[in-house]
Ligand binder design. Structure first.
Ligand code: PLP
Length: 446
């Protein structure tokens, strides 16, 4: 791009754009990163500089940019019909996709309700769970339980689910508090900062789940559902749960007769190993949400999957939810093309091999003076920085240490995220080459 064009864009950007989660004064004070095109896992800015995308566009890029199989599916569908809406009209791509999702999901999740983002898929799950109890004659079951630090999206419903742990979570909850519905939360399985004071893995009997047990006992008959990110809370600081934690949460939830919602919006599509993270512990929830990489990141589309038991409660009535774009044809066709690639290229095997490369590449970080902990599940990894390794004391927030590191990494051609708790997070795409992945970690290490 010509320099004058870039300058013009940056001026228009300063005058008109409003960015999500971005301190705008700071953004406007420097030359904005204007990504003009992309190749594979690399983003190329308007000045021609290349950046390795270590966050796969917030976890949605699955196959790399520019895949002709997906582009062709998009164009072919656009020539037939871009969208028809699902309001009392069906179309082949949506039906095929629903059947495909049901065949890939944990057995029993047969019904598929489409939405456009992870947040609206979770929102749908909340409404379905509550309306299920109303249909069952238990309307008093209107409270949801989530895990401390949990992240499920940005709508008021999903923000209401945020547990109270974590600096950013507190800030967002605090900002919107008067608009939110009350919810309850239980301990997160934070092994580095154990909420029940265990000091080593060998002591761990998953006592952090006692808080869920106690809560469900106390609130008997009032809880609609428990919602969790399965096996890892990425945005809370890559909190990786000890093995068996999800299965235990599922067991407690079942025993108390409460619904379980598993939010696979980020963890789905082999990011943690199996196609869906909950499969690793043999858990089939009542409702499951998917999004982000469902279309390989090419179009926004998400879905809420439900068991026949949940769907059955609505068979004779109407589920009062939906949107104009629900299951739109273009999105469904692109998702089908993405799932074809997912199977043809055995993305789970590829993700596993790349995750092993990541494990090795992260090992040296553990010896660094200010690295408190290194956590990883599949292709979700986090490096927690601390001011003092001995006491695990965090840096004073005003130092914004991880923000500064992310900016430095960006200047050196690598994009990663900073999340609360001074954690640098990496979400590489399974399509990234091992050499590129080593470039990513190498850049952060130096
Ligand atoms: N649920 C989880 C677990 C997520 O990580 C996210 C986004 O990061 C969402 C829901 C919200 O998805 P979206 O940003 O598409 O609304």
């Amino acid at each position: 791009m010509e320099k004058t064009d870039v300058d013009r864009l940056r001026t228009l950007d300063r005058e008109h754009m409003w960015y999500p989660w971005t301190p705008m004064t700071e953004w406007m004070a420097r030359d904005q990163l204007v990504v003009e095109r992309a190749e594979g896992c690399w983003l190329i800015d308007a000045d021609g500089k290349r950046y390795l995308d270590g966050r796969s566009s917030m976890g949605m890029n699955l196959h790399g940019h520019g895949r002709s199989e997906i582009v062709e599916a998009l164009v072919a569908q656009a020539r037939k019909a871009g969208e028809t809406t699902l309001y009392r009209v069906s179309h082949p791509a949506a039906v095929e996709l629903a059947a495909r999702l049901a065949s890939m999901a944990p057995a029993g999740l047969q019904r598929v309700f489409f939405a456009e983002s992870g947040s609206t898929a979770v929102e749908t799950a909340l409404k379905a769970a509550y309306a299920y109890w109303v249909a069952k004659g238990e309307p008093q079951r209107s409270t949801f339980v989530s895990m401390e630090g949990g992240y499920h999206g940005e709508t008021l419903g999903t923000v209401s689910l945020r547990g109270t742990n974590g600096e950013q979570v507190d800030m967002i909850r605090k900002t919107y508090e008067p608009l939110l519905f009350p919810s309850l939360s239980f301990h997160q399985p934070h092994c580095y900062r154990c909420p029940v004071g265990q000091s080593s893995d060998s002591d761990c009997g998953l006592e952090c789940t006692d808080s869920l047990e106690n809560l469900l006992t106390r609130e008997k008959g009032r809880i609609a559902a428990v919602i969790v990110e399965p096996r890892v809370q990425a945005l809370a600081g890559v909190i990786t749960a000890p093995e068996g934690h999800l299965a235990k949460v599922a067991e407690i939830t079942r025993r108390h007769g409460v619904l379980l919602i598993v939010d696979e919006v980020l963890t789905g599509w082999a990011r943690t190993g199996p196609t869906f993270s909950c499969e690793a512990e043999g858990v089939t929830p009542d409702l499951m949400t998917v999004g982000k990489a469902l279309t390989g990141g090419y179009l926004p589309l998400s879905a809420t999957l439900a068991t026949e038991e949940i769907f059955g409660a609505f068979r004779e009535s109407v589920f009062l939810s939906g949107s104009t774009y629900s299951g739109y044809a273009l999105g469904a066709a692109v998702a089908l093309a993405s799932l074809d690639l997912f199977e043809k290229e055995d993305v789970p095997a590829r993700a596993k091999a790349l995750a092993d490369v990541l494990t090795t590449a992260l090992e040296p970080f553990r010896a660094l003076t200010h690295v408190g902990d290194v956590r990883q599940l599949g292709l979700i990894a986090g490096v927690e920085l601390v001011a003092d390794r001995e006491t695990r004391a965090p840096y004073p927030p005003q130092e914004r240490v991880v923000d500064r590191i992310c900016t430095l990494a960006r200047d050196n051609g690598v994009l990663v995220n900073a999340v609360p708790g001074d954690v640098i997070t990496m979400l590489p795409s399974p399509s990234m080459s091992p050499d590129d992945l080593r470039f990513l970690t190498g850049t952060l290490y130096t």
